[in-house]
Design a protein around this ligand. Structure first.
Ligand code: DC
Length: 223
């Protein structure tokens, strides 16, 4: 008899919706590892640099062949490592997010990431967060969610987050960046961002992070 596959919970949604925070807390509550797949695309974009999306598929394949992503720990303390090293804080910049979104349309990059993510999910029970976790990478996941919120609300959340870190925040520029990324992520031909079949769509525009977490956790725990 085949052994049961590890538990996978998928959480997809657009930039700035707060998926990472909810996913990390959910993983903590459930005792699973947390896979931030946006961080994988960001790390690739940061490492390869601006313009990598214009390289040939062969060169990209060769460069990505040197990448190995691994997970260490679980819950909120889960660490995603690239070739054994923690990811630099610089991958969190708006610019790296834009680069990641541009790199994410390239077929060889998507193929590599899908393979690496499936590999991680084969060995580790996960809360996997991204754009295509429930639709493409883990279509057989036991629980699937799609978090959404109005772009203005997402821009406000991002501004609050930056201000809390002592950084300045330009609302108009952040909103424009969010809308540009939404457009790129939704309209690409491979693995476009959309709610997976069977996913519960949660509009978080008018609910806070604690309420979102409680809702998602309630579904997974079956009440
Ligand atoms: O979630 P994030 O903002 O860190 O993601 C950065 C970019 O990476 C996002 O704009 C699109 C891409 N991405 C993707 O295409 N597929 C995923 N599963 C996760 C991220």
């Amino acid at each position: 008899m085949p052994s049961a596959s590890p538990l996978i919970v998928t959480l997809d949604g657009p930039a700035g919706v707060g998926k990472s925070s909810v996913a990390a807390r959910l993983a903590g509550e459930l005792g699973l590892a947390f896979l931030d797949t946006g961080a994988m695309f960001r790390a690739a974009a940061f490492t390869l640099g601006e313009g990598a999306w214009d390289w040939t598929q062969g060169i990209l394949q060769q460069k990505l062949g040197d990448f190995e992503f691994t997970l260490r720990g679980s819950g909120r303390a889960t660490e995603l490592l690239l070739n054994g090293q923690p990811l630099p804080e610089a991958i969190r910049s708006e610019q790296t997010g834009q680069w990641a979104s541009q790199l994410a349309v390239v077929p060889s990059v998507r193929a590599y990431m899908k393979m690496a993510q499936i590999f991680l999910g084969q060995t580790t029970p996960l809360v996997a967060e991204g754009r295509d976790m429930g639709s493409v990478v883990f279509p057989g996941a036991q629980f699937k969610f799609f978090l959404d919120a109005d772009p203005e609300e997402r821009a406000r959340r991002r501004c609050r987050q930056l201000e809390a870190q002592g950084q300045s925040a330009d609302f108009a520029a952040i909103l424009a960046g969010i809308c540009k990324r939404d457009d790129q992520d939704r309209n690409r031909s491979i693995a476009p961002m959309k709610p997976a079949e069977g996913a519960l769509v949660v509009d978080t525009t008018h609910i806070n992070e604690d309420e979102t977490l409680a809702l998602v956790l309630g579904v997974v725990r079956g009440h």
